[in-house]
Design a protein around this ligand. Sequence first.
Ligand code: GDP
Ligand code: ZN
Length: 388
Amino acid sequence: MAKKRTTRKARVGFRQNRQVRRRSDEWTRQYRAEEEQLEDTELSESVRAKGALSRKRTILVDENDAPIVDELHWRRGRVTKVHGRVCFVNDDEHRAWECTVRRVLRTLLIESRAPVAVGDRVWFSMHPELSDGHPVGVIERVEERITRLSRRDRRKREHTIVANANQLLAVVSIAQPRLRPHLVDRYIVAALKGELHPVLCFNKIDLLREDLVTEDDDDRQTGLRVQDVIAEFRDLGYECLPTSAVTGEGIDELQAVLKDRVTVLAGQSGVGKSSLINLVQPGLNLVTRDVSEENEKGRHTTTLAELLPLDSGGYVVDTPGIRAFDLWSVEPGELEAYFVEFVPHIPNCHFGDCSHRREDGCAVIAAVEKGEITERRYYSYLKMFDEV
Ligand code: GDP
Ligand code: ZN
């Protein structure tokens, strides 16, 4: 049975333009006045007086407050880059369109605190004009987001960095720099928090030796062997890819993992992300800026994300902002849920609000003592708990 569509009219406030414009009280999706199109494709917005919200218009929206799709005139696409008011949108044939957001939609999105983000699936209308060689369009509708990778600002407001990503590829190296298992645990938590499927890529596998050990966060070598740590993540059920950009090991597998999905790339600099991606698709330009470089340019650049299209289908998202975000908005109480092997024990803790640190009757601690949870993972949890 087809889902019943509820349509209603929404009144949307408009900022008064400085130009005198024809007044239109009933604005429907058929409304296509030339001046509106031009205004919406205006790339540099002029400064407007405060409180100039003076016009109201009516549009048809569905139950999610999104404008009703006009399949005849609109195209489907995905936002790959957002630069101020300009959104770059790839259509289904991977053609790049330079779009602005229909003013009425922008107002709706601002009201619901969800401006267009990289990764958004959108509908846009075409504008018969070329800008910088790109075809130009106007975004008319944003589809509901399936996943949201976001960070919170100081006022605890959520900002979406990437919408609709499927997975997080956490790239670490097993040596040069040494493997830090705690960092891998953090990537897993970050992925799960963002509703992304974590994939763990252990790069520089060509450097693996029997006695190669891991390192803790204070640069101290631990007695844990790299092979055992990889095996531990495998046993927990995580998808693990040993790769080498030098020998080519694991590159076919990596290619298969990336195909047709939207993958967020995470990993410290020097672990081999660019080398790996270059083998998957030569010429793909990763964002190679470091976190330190970003800070000089101010806060905004830290969250700039870009979807890089893969010839084989799918996209890779690389952003220094994402590399740095790690534990942004995880609350202490929700951390336990992201440690997959803790989950079956949690209902057996004596206290309902057990934090599994030192409480009596803690089933997680009991499981560590019985060897059902590794000490390494347990200490990793404690460390993260103290941080969040
Ligand atoms: P990124 O900062 O994560 O993008 O790392 P790069 O791709 O720039 O690689 C950092 C350094 O590690 C470079 O000198 C690479 O040649 C080297 N490298 C990358 N992948 C591998 C690998 O699989 N094995 C070895 N031995 N070296 C690698
Ligand atoms: Zn407990």
